[in-house]
Design a protein around this ligand. Structure first.
Ligand code: HDE
Length: 704
């Protein structure tokens, strides 16, 4: 009789009966009808707890093929991590068009309105190793694989629209400089060290990017609240062969949001998987994150007249100059079944484009088009990485590539070449096939950088002056923190000399905070900084805040005797705003509310610090008030939320706690008493502001 195939599901394990083994261990042995554990070769296993040995205390024997196979496979479980973007998290979903873009591109996925294309997206940090924490100050990768009917299209982007360097040949230097220093093997997932700032201070082209990575963009609240950018200028080619330049933007439906640095540092300790957990929870609870694909489309004439070279990846085209056109939406609605098989083994490659999408001469993009194929061989170990389900196209495909390590499918039959006389096998198609845009190119072969790439400061300045005051303060504070970790004073000074070219007040603030003895002069620059570029409000997170609490989380601190009506009212109001609630109690075992009902908790106070929430409410009973005021974790809970400019809802009984941490005398419009119906609605209506930035100044004793 045929054996039932072994299946690896949780149900299998849980359904098995527990029985006592020879040595007193718990064995999960199969009974009739249960799935039997097998080796990788399919052989049934009788005992998975004890290796084969001579007598109860004797040596192991080589006959034990089950032991050898199990350990052999375990020993080889790891593959090399990505040399950059090692830490990442992915999800499945789809991309849906709003309208036909046939006027711009012949790419099949854009021909019809409401066409859906399956998608896989991997978000990542760049510098840290696979096991580093989520809230590092870093660029975030935003890589999208679209399984189109004309092959896979990968938009391998970041959450920042510019890059550190203008030529791919500098990438190994840049990455070496930011990663841990080679002699000591640290710091991990941090740019705050000498090598990074040494390289940056010697690389003026990185200054625009530095403004972005020192801004709050580099510490996003969640993957769901960040933008994505294709960075380079690409081309769209229509059926007539006409080219339109394009820049890709992903805009989060829930709006942009970041955390503050002190919060990021604490989140890394409290929950190093904060971003992973956030995406997992959102998708598992049916709140599917969504982004709009927006295109900046322009022709050669626009490119010729624009202030900067559209091939220079250290420049943007401000949205106010060229508004991005929304053309579709990306929805993530399914977590992978297995992290390794999908998120770890997914291989993104910039050169994966369908007919109708093409490259520009951006030298960074051209270099990337070499790197991404090469790196997959190292990482995945075989040219057949496209045989892995996550990397395989979802459209029909036919080619004559064969054999190699781990070949899982080869051409069937006699024909494995073309042309052939057998009338079989696929044929090339000049009509349907990919044709490269026939751009006219000429020039001398030389190692060159275009003069049009020479302005390194004007857009850095434009970014800085487009930020709101709190965002500008955060940039100054980030630069100060990072440079304070640089031990070589000449590097600190050199960096300040670049800031002099960007904004003198920023340079002065950083120099003062660092305690520089004298102000360095401006760094010598190929071109002077343009002062005439208008601020671009679309570059500010605060300016474009969502003004609503949707997708955010309120942490409510409760104790035994919590007012059950208030708790219910608050929870309902947050759910009505499409927000989430988590409950924090003295023990994770939960509390008994004023109506005698048991209320389960999500965290104990020390395990659920306020950095994990967007706003907090404190609802102790009168009996618990004094005890809470003396609880160190409870004090941190409120004082951190206050320092991080969060909205705080409280009841009368929470006053001793507020007083214990010095908030009692500093109650501002963000600290709201939840008395009566009005108090509750006043609190909930304020939450959409997300943070009370004005508090930041009063904390420093300054006036707004
Ligand atoms: Fe990458 N980059 N990169 N990069 N990159 C990789 O490919 C590279 C650059 C980006 O989730 C590697 O599969 C070069 C810009 C993302 O799997 C590697 C240059 C942008 C991911 C590589 C750049 C990116 C990568 C490492 C300079 C934003 C993660 C593992 C010319 C537009 C994809 C891998 C994922 C990964 C090379 C610069 C985004 C080594 C040579 C600019 C999101 O091939």
């Amino acid at each position: 009789m045929a054996r039932k195939p072994a299946k690896f599901t949780n149900a299998t394990i849980h359904d098995q009966k527990l029985s006592c083994g020879h040595g007193g261990e718990l064995h999960q042995t199969a009974e009739d009808g249960d799935t039997v554990l097998t080796t990788a070769q399919g052989g049934p296993v009788s005992d998975d707890q004890n290796s084969l040995r001579v007598g109860p205390r004797g040596p192991l024997v080589v006959d034990d093929f089950h032991f050898r196979e199990k350990i052999f496979h375990f020993d080889h479980e790891r593959i090399p991590e990505r040399v950059v973007h090692a830490r990442g998290y992915g999800a499945h979903g789809f991309f849906e068009t709003y309208e036909s873009l046939a006027a711009y591109t012949k790419a099949d996925l854009f021909q019809r309105a409401r066409e859906r294309t399956p998608a896989f997206v991997r978000f990542s940090t760049v510098a840290g190793n696979r096991g580093s924490s989520d809230l590092a100050r870093d660029v975030r990768g935003f890589a999208v694989k679209l399984y189109t009917q004309e092959g896979n299209w990968d938009i391998v982007g970041n959450n920042i629209p510019v890059f550190f360097i203008q030529d791919a040949i500098k990438f190994p230097d840049m990455v070496h400089a930011v990663k841990q220093e080679p002699d000591r093997g640290f710091p991990q997932a941090q740019s705050a060290h000498d090598n990074f700032w040494d390289f940056i201070s010697l690389t003026p082209e990185s200054m625009h990017m530095i403004m972005w990575v020192m801004s709050d963009r580099a510490i996003p609240r969640s993957f769901r609240f960040m933008e994505g950018f294709g960075v380079h200028t690409f081309r769209m080619i229509n059926a007539k062969g006409e080219s339109t330049f394009v820049k890709f933007h992903w805009k989060p439906k829930l709006g942009l949001q970041s955390v503050v640095w002190n919060e990021a540092v604490k989140i890394n300790g409290a929950d190093p998987d904060y971003h992973r957990r956030d995406l997992w929870n959102a998708i598992k609870s049916g709140n599917f994150p969504e982004w709009e694909l927006c295109l900046q489309l322009f022709n050669q004439e626009f490119a010729d007249n624009f202030d900067f070279d559209v091939l220079d990846p250290t420049k943007i085209i401000p949205e106010e100059v060229l508004p991005p056109k929304p053309v579709g939406r990306l929805v993530l609605d399914r977590m992978p079944d297995n992290f390794f098989a999908e998120t770890e083994q997914v291989a993104f490659m910039t050169q994966n484009v369908p007919p109708g999408i093409d490259f520009s001469n951006d030298p960074l993009l051209q270099g990337r088009n070499f790197s991404y194929l090469d790196t997959q061989l190292k990482r995945l170990g075989s040219t057949n990485f496209t045989h892995l389900p996550i990397n395989a196209p979802k459209c029909p495909f036919h080619h004559f590539q064969q054999d190699g390590h781990m070949a899982m499918r080869n051409p069937v039959g006699r024909v494995n070449y073309q042309p052939n006389s057998w009338g079989e096998g696929p044929r090339e198609s000049p009509v349907k096939g990919f044709t490269h845009f026939p751009a006219e190119e000429q020039g001398q072969k030389a190692r060159l950088r275009s003069e049009s790439f020479a302005d390194h400061y004007s857009q850095a300045r434009q970014f800085y002056i487009s930020q709101t005051p709190p965002e500008q303060r955060h940039i100054a504070a980030a630069l100060t923190f990072e440079l304070s970790k640089v031990e070589t004073s000449v590097i600190r000074e050199r960096l300040v000399s670049h800031l002099m070219n960007i904004d003198k007040s920023l340079a002065t603030a950083v120099a003062q905070n660092l305690g520089l003895r004298s102000m360095p002069g401006p760094a010598s620059a190929a071109l002077p900084t343009r002062q005439d570029l208008d601020p671009s409000p679309s570059l500010s997170i605060v300016e474009r805040g969502p003004k609503r609490f949707e997708g955010r989380k309120l942490g409510i601190l409760i104790t035994d005797g919590v007012d059950s009506n208030l708790l219910k009212g608050l929870k309902d109001a947050i759910v009505a705003e499409k927000g989430d609630v988590e409950l924090i109690a003295p023990t994770v075992g939960g509390v008994t509310a004023s109506d005698g009902e048991f209320v389960a908790a999500n965290h104990m106070i020390g395990g659920g610090p306020s950095v994990l929430f967007d706003a907090i409410a404190i609802l102790p009973s009168m009996e618990a008030a004094e005890h809470l005021a003396n609880d160190a974790a409870a004090r941190d809970f409120v004082s951190d939320a206050f320092q991080h400019c969060k909205f705080i809802g409280y009841t009368q009984a929470a006053l001793p706690l507020l007083q214990a941490v010095g908030i009692g005398e500093r109650i501002d419009e963000g600290v709201i008493q939840l008395a009566g119906e009005h108090g509750l609605s006043a609190f909930v209506s304020q939450l959409g502001r997300l943070r009370l930035w004005e508090r930041e100044l009063s904390l420093k004793g300054e006036k707004a």
